[in-house]
Design a binder for this molecule. Structure first.
Ligand code: PEP
Length: 252
């Protein structure tokens, strides 16, 4: 039985004080929730303050990125050990905005996953096809390639620690959600690739969450799909009311 996850990716939004006041209200609103993991990914500079607010609660903190080296002359970068120290237990790796605007390749993503795992942080590996790739019918090829290259060299034990996020690029921040069956098809495919690369037990265990315009009015249908284990949410995680609705979808 996979425990579902609902992760909010705040991207470059909210100051430190806005982040802290949001999680203070979130903590009160979801204090009784036990059946779903809740993650907030604020900006780097807010992670520690957010952690201070949620450390004894059912909310975990994630980062949106990391750099793979431990320390040194890498101006502007933040290491996995620093994130761990700031209270992060998850980190998004290979988000499509990082791939698109910052040139992240599967090779870079591979190094980042390694750094996260060596510091006890759960990597949330983001994969997904662009609209052009979907229209060219290369979705499955793209996803397979992203998984195989990003996970190259990892043991079964490493692979079992990851969360995978399927985020069709054309659905991120556009208001266009993949149809639940369309998302399920790719999630099932990701699980199949995982089982080919590792084994059935690990494939069955790995959580595969969906991202791309998840909103209160589409979350239930998405979450009914057998291979969708949660959501990675941008826009709808910035408002308390909508994020709480996503977390409590099964009770609404
Ligand atoms: C995201 O940033 O990962 C995302 C899915 O954004 P949105 O929910 O706004 O589409």
């Amino acid at each position: 039985m996979r425990r579902p996850l609902m992760a909010g990716n705040w991207k470059m939004n909210k100051t430190i004080s806005e982040s802290v006041s949001f999680v203070r209200m979130l903590k009160a609103a979801v204090s009784g929730v036990k059946d779903i993991g809740i993650i907030i990914c604020p900006t780097f500079i807010s992670t520690n303050a957010v952690y201070g607010e949620v450390k004894d609660s059912n909310i975990s903190v994630g980062a949106q990125n990391l750099f793979w080296e431990e320390k040194g002359a890498f101006t502007g970068e933040v290491s996995a050990a620093m994130l761990r120290d700031a209270g992060c237990s998850y980190v998004l790796i290979g988000h499509s905005e990082r791939r698109q605007y910052f040139g992240e390749t599967n090779e870079i993503i591979n190094k980042k996953i390694k750094a996260a795992l060596s510091n006890g942080i759960v990597p949330v590996l983001c994969v997904g096809e662009s609209l052009k790739e979907r229209e060219e019918n290369s979705t499955f090829e793209i996803i397979e390639n992203q998984l195989k290259e990003s996970l190259s060299g990892f043991s079964q034990e490493d692979a079992s620690k990851l969360v995978v996020a399927y985020e069709p690029v054309w659905a991120i921040g556009t208001g266009k959600t993949a149809a639940p069956q369309q998302a399920q098809e790719v999630h099932a495919f990701i699980r199949r690739i995982y089982s080919e690369m590792y084994n059935n037990i690990i494939a069955d265990k790995v959580r595969i969450i969906y991202g791309g315009s998840v909103k209160p009015d589409n979350v239930s249908e998405l979450m009914k799909q057998s291979d969708i284990d949660g959501g990675l949410v941008g826009g709808a995680s910035l408002e308390l009311e909508s994020f709480v609705k996503l977390i409590t979808y099964s009770r609404s």
